[in-house]
Structure formats: C-alpha cells, structure tokens
Design a binder for this molecule. Structure first.
Ligand code: PEP
Ligand code: MN
Length: 332
C-alpha cells in the first residue's frame, strides 16, 4: 500500500509511523510517502488521521504500478523526453563496447548524421568469460565524455558492479543496469539514491514480477527516473541468442507506469534479424529502442555477430518512422 501523508505531519511522527508500519519512507514533489509491505490491505487505525490518500496494490509492484500512477511517467534522457503524453520513441545506439577513440568517434558521427541524440557504449563489460575483452574502463568513460562535449550527445553506459558505480554516475547521463546486474542490490540501491535516469534491463532468467520489483528498489530509494528494458529471455530455443518477450512488453505497458525501451540486438544475437525485430518492437508503441552499431562489426571486441554496420543501421533507421507513425508515435 502507498500512503500519501497529510502535509502537516511532523517529521518525527512520520519516522514513527514508518517504523510502526515497516514502511519505506520517501518524499516526492513535496509529498511525504510511506510504502508499506503489500500485504497491508487497509490503512491501519494509527495511520488514518495522517493519511491524505492511499493506494492499495495486490503485489510488490507498487510505485511502478498503474494503480498508483495512471498513465506513464515522463523521463528526460539528455534533451529528449519520453513517456508521459509524448508518444516519443527514442533511438539509442552505439557499439557494444568502447574500443578506441576512432571507433567511438565514428559511432558518435553516425548519431549526428541521423539526428540520434543518445549514444550508448559499454566500458565495463559483464562478460561470461574472464578471457574475453572486459572493456576499457575509466579510459572508455573519458572517451564517452569527450563525445558528449564534442557532439552534444547524451551518454548511456553500463555499470557492471558496485566497484566503479561512482565513476559511471559521474561520467554518464543515463546509467544502464545490465541483465546480469539486475539483481545487484548494491547497484539498485545506489541508483535509487541519485536522480539520474536509470535504464534497467531485464535479467534473462527473471519473471516480469522480479524485473519490476528490481525497479521498485530504485523507485523506493527516491529516484523516480527509471525505464524498463526488455532484451530477451532464455528459453529452450537455441537458434537465436534469446527470445524477445513481446508478450511481456504488452504486460508492462498495461500494468506499469514506467517507460519501456526494447533491445532487439541482444535478443536476436545476429545482425540479420535486428531490422525486422526493431520494426516489430516499434509497432508495439514503445518509448525507446536500443540498437548496437559498429563501424566494422566483424572486428568488434564484444557482441560482434549482432552489431549492425552503419549502412544497415541507416536503412533500418529510415524504415521505422512510418511504423512508429502507424501506432501514433514518432522516433526522436
Ligand atoms: C549490453 O548492453 O551490451 C549488454 C551487456 O546487455 P545485457 O545486459 O542485456 O546482456
Ligand atoms: Mn552488447
């Protein structure tokens, strides 16, 4: 249950009420809020006198629920706004990893050429093998910061673990929490303590409930700026890297108030399917797309098989505007 307290509730009373009801306490737009365990079905007597408004949720999807906030939250990614009433579908692109100044500059220039406003690349890669390329680390972050200065692009990059999270927060405009880090409590809680937008990817073995609950750690920490990213889940199928859960996207659209960004690149795992899948994603009426591009995918140091070369990306980019339009959206 979410309880909005009356504005005259004294601070020490709020603290006592929070403790008694085992609630998480936060303040949003000047309103003091208690988020109680979802098992609580009615406002208890001791809280009645202090309650301005209450919202009952039947699960721990609380702050993210449409039952709490009917409609979609707005989210600012650099100069682009998504969610709310905007009907904006933001294109986010860039290589899987920052590999060199030359490579990331080429990707940034592709963004500028096409009017893409958000550049994405990883510097700390959560690889499944310690012998694969691990990312450029801080040097990569510095290159991304240079791209922002030089080209005015908003930068999104991934936090792999909490050892470098302060650097990620310092250098990025948007923090990406990857599929493997979705359960990392240190990362989730830290992201809840800041106000930068967070792109939370779904773990490939997680249910929608677990995915949305991960976002609740960020929201209940006091950061309302969260987007959910579906990037494919693991099924019995092995011909594609993962299976993009578009049914899950329909569920998230129906029941949550968070903007939704889709990542066809990691779902498919192969460049050949990414354009078709992107058009299918766009037809869902979503808030953003994340597509991996590389000046020469054959030599990419991570996710080589799924990254689009620039010509493939240009063609894809041209083809999605009419699809977006058909469902009342525009690509920004
Ligand atoms: C990535 O975005 O490059 C990445 C590692 O994705 P995911 O966390 O979805 O596997
Ligand atoms: Mn990747």
């Amino acid at each position: 249950m979410i309880i909005h307290l009356k504005s005259n509730t004294p601070t020490d009373t709020i603290a006592q009420l929070a403790e008694k009801s085992q609630s998480i306490r936060l303040t949003q737009n000047g309103v003091d809020i208690l988020v109680t365990p979802s098992a609580l079905k009615e406002v208890p007597d001791y809280l009645q006198a202090h309650t301005k408004e209450s919202f009952y949720m039947d699960s721990d999807m609380q702050l993210s629920s449409k039952k709490y906030m009917n409609g979609k939250r707005t989210l600012k990614l650099g100069e682009v706004t998504i969610g709310g009433e905007t009907k904006n579908n933001v294109m986010i692109t860039g290589p899987c990893s920052v590999e060199s100044e030359e490579q990331i500059t080429a990707c940034a220039e592709l963004c500028v050429e096409l009017g893409v406003k958000v550049l994405r690349a990883g510097c700390y890669k959560p690889r499944t093998s310690p012998y694969s390329f691990q990312g450029m680390g801080l040097d990569g972050l510095k290159l991304l910061a240079r791209m922002r200065e030089k080209y005015g692009l908003a930068i999104i990059t991934e936090v792999r673990d909490s050892t470098h999270i302060d650097d990620i927060i310092e250098y990025s405009d948007i923090v990406q929490i990857g599929a493997k880090a979705m359960y990392d409590q240190g990362i989730l809680r830290k992201c809840g303590s800041i106000q930068k937008p967070i792109l939370l990817k779904r773990g490939f073995g997680t249910t929608l409930q677990e995915f949305v609950q991960a976002s609740e750690f960020i929201l209940s920490g006091g950061n309302p700026n969260v987007a959910l990213c579906e990037r494919g889940i693991r099924t019995f199928e092995t011909k594609t890297r993962f299976t993009l859960d578009l049914c899950g996207v329909a569920y998230l659209k129906e029941y949550t108030n968070l903007p939704i960004i889709l990542d066809p690149s990691h779902a498919m795992g192969y460049a050949y399917g990414v354009a078709d899948l992107t058009r299918a994603c766009t037809a869902m009426g979503i808030d953003g797309l994340l597509i991996e591009t590389h000046p020469n995918p054959k030599v990419a140091k991570s996710d080589a098989s799924q990254q689009l070369n620039f010509e493939e990306f240009r063609n894809l980019y041209k083809s999605i505007e009419p699809v977006a339009k058909a469902v009342g959206y525009q690509i920004v």
